[in-house]
Design a protein around this ligand. Sequence first.
Ligand code: NOJ
Length: 455
Amino acid sequence: MAMRFPDTFLWGTATSAYQIEGAADVDGKGPSTWDTFCVQPGAIAHGDTGARACDHYHRYAEDVALMQSMGIQAYRFSVSWPRVMPTGRGEVNRAGLDFYDRLVDALCAAGIRPMVTLYHWDLPDALQRDIGGWAHRDIAPIFADYAEFMFKTLSDRVDLWITLNEPWCVVDGGYFNGVHAPGIKDRRLGYQVGHNLIRAHGAAVARFRSMSLDNAQIGFAVNTTFSYPATDTPADRAAAERAMLNFAGWFIEPMHFGDYPDVMRERLGSLLPTFTSEETASLRGGLDFLGLNYYFSDVVRHAPGEGEMELALIPQRDLPHTTMGWPITPDGLRLLLHWLAARYGLPIYITENGCALDDVADDAGRVDDPVRIRYLRDHIASVYAAVQSGVDVRGYFAWSLMDNFEWSLGYAKRFGLVRCDFETLQRTVKASGEWYAALIRANGLNPAARAESAV
Ligand code: NOJ
């Protein structure tokens, strides 16, 4: 039996500004923390930077036409804050703003619905230098000013908004492990940064609500896994639940309920900052939907004495892995969707899902990638199963439209449905891109078909 999705289901692709735009110092754009981080020796694999990336800034019209030819219905992209406001506040860079104006116009003309992410990790470097970026409390109103400005500029054509992309990664990469900009390793500061990200989200949502935009919706994109308990013992089951609250719940719960999960408060003690009662009240109910970035799931056991959370991850060696080293766990997406729906009751968009593989291109640049097709098919089948049993999933955005700059791993990791040749910048639709186009035309999957022709 064919798996047909609801008629209103939205099929999209996703990207982010620093990963595809290039044009890092063109037309008045200010430097971002990633521009400065990438040039630090050893920060990025092979010394790569996002300075040119896919040069989408100059090729956006071609990219929109490509999406249109694939039948893509929605496109999630991010605005580079320092392109619009070179120092993060105050003066607006008209040329930078015009780029997003033109991009949104082109999308609308092509019948592609834009979903705009306001912050996908490229903080204006001036804010980092002047106030310490997300570590400073004032970042919340500063971000809200920028957000409000973007709402005013684009909300006549954009009705789906994401405040922050993966705040967990901003903290973990940028402040716990130092592998992402700004390259700091300070756990206590990391929790403060997480706190300010949540406060900034809340401040931006308050501005959004005050504008009473008809039918426009706002959320954030959470990255999380489903945690399978290693065994069926009560201790491992409790550990798995704790892991999910400490990962997904860290950001969702303050933005939805107004405070951190109890288990984080109890176990993290003074590491975790507190919200004022006014902040809690204004944060509560701040999400119209949840954006979910899903790549893989974990197996977790109770590990007495290991860190505040007493958790340990069990390697899943028997499973196939992507070139990111991530296990391929499509059924975890179904279980995660059920868990999120039961606990939070919010509509969900899958705002990212996809895999990096060692693609091999032929002389014409074409990539045959049955493993990616299977990955997408199996994850989309999980989404279908969740939808069938009543979970309110409204759309799916494949990560990514095209191969791009994978942060500290540079250009070696290819996630695209479209190949980008980083020498010539030529775009070539992969077999998976053609497969995804066929899936959109059919609005679903045919599970009986072979992976290579799954619709
Ligand atoms: C999540 C991030 O939002 C995106 O920027 C990144 O490229 C993908 N995951 C893959 O790692």
